[in-house]
Design a binder for this molecule. Sequence first.
Ligand SMILES: C[S@@+](CC[C@H](N)C(=O)[O-])C[C@H]1O[C@@H](n2cnc3c(N)ncnc32)[C@H](O)[C@@H]1O
Length: 348
Amino acid sequence: MENQDKPYKRRVRYKGKYPKKFKEKYKELNPDKYSDTISKVIEKGSTPAGMHIPIMVKEILNVLQIKPGQIGLDATLGYGGHTQEMLKCLEGKGHVYALDIDPIELPKTTKRLEEGFSKDNLTTMLMNFSDIDKVTKEQNKFNFILADLGVSSMQIDNPDRGFSFKKDGPLDLRMNPSSGVSASMRIMQLTKIEIESMLVQNADEPYAKQIAEAITSAKKKGIYIDKTLKLEKIISDALQFIPIASRKHDIKKSCQRTFQAIRIDVNKEFESIYNFLEKLPDVLTSGGRVAILSFHSGEDRLVKKSFKRFFKEGLYSEISSEIIRPTKEECFSNPRAKSTKMRWAIKV
Ligand SMILES: C[S@@+](CC[C@H](N)C(=O)[O-])C[C@H]1O[C@@H](n2cnc3c(N)ncnc32)[C@H](O)[C@@H]1O
């Protein structure tokens, strides 16, 4: 009788030893609590979830030659690893302006950096680097500029943002989710021919025709490609004709390239880089230095062309004669550095 009077209380559900959600899964997402876990993950050659390991720091600082009192720009703040190294070189004198278009990561990075550096030396701004001239309108020109193109590890690793086909998530792929259209919407807008040429132009995809065909036929059947794994399956099903020996490997590569191509498109990456490169000579002081890290041939082509043209026109006094690559040791300890290409230029 006594038991019947008691209100029924639901038993707390067992959460399981292995949490499935990204936010619960990785101790690294709580860096203050688990700093020892972070060190172990880095030692193993992986990037801890929610972090980004800065690439080619030594080489960049060597090119930029930052001195106390100077003013500089980090066009791609990300996790702030490079910004932090620039700030150290300033020794408390001078200023770094740091831009990013990611409204999710920018406040976190700003908070972390402001714990170690004074606001007198650092300003972070939610801004596209194609608008660098707007920063210099209010400030002096820059002695040094860095752009570390592409996406951050935090963006890739967070399935909610849809950058990776390794985990299911909304097919979004926007660095700023409140601007433009998501990847799934964009796919709905494009015709077969447009998808094919996007895959070729943005990622040199050898199976562009077959993938465009498969996406278009899925759309015709009324399938809304709104999830990362839905797109991955469409690509994988379309490429089953590849000989078994290389099928798994080739499909993975095609998925990588397809996601890269769509990401470049929805974020209008080439337009932003082009505008940034066009404005660069104007925002640098005389003798000002710029270093750019790129991660695929489309980006590097734009950088190379622009540096060469402005060198010929006499706006740059010196440019890197060839690509600078990360050391073998760096690629070993941080595999995400492998495809990095660095170029630099100096304003007359
Ligand atoms: C490779 S990460 C930079 C990592 C950073 N150097 C670090 O050490 O953590 C690239 C960053 O650039 C940002 N980004 C990409 N395109 C941009 C643009 N057009 N304007 C401003 N930021 C951009 C991305 O949101 C991302 O956070």
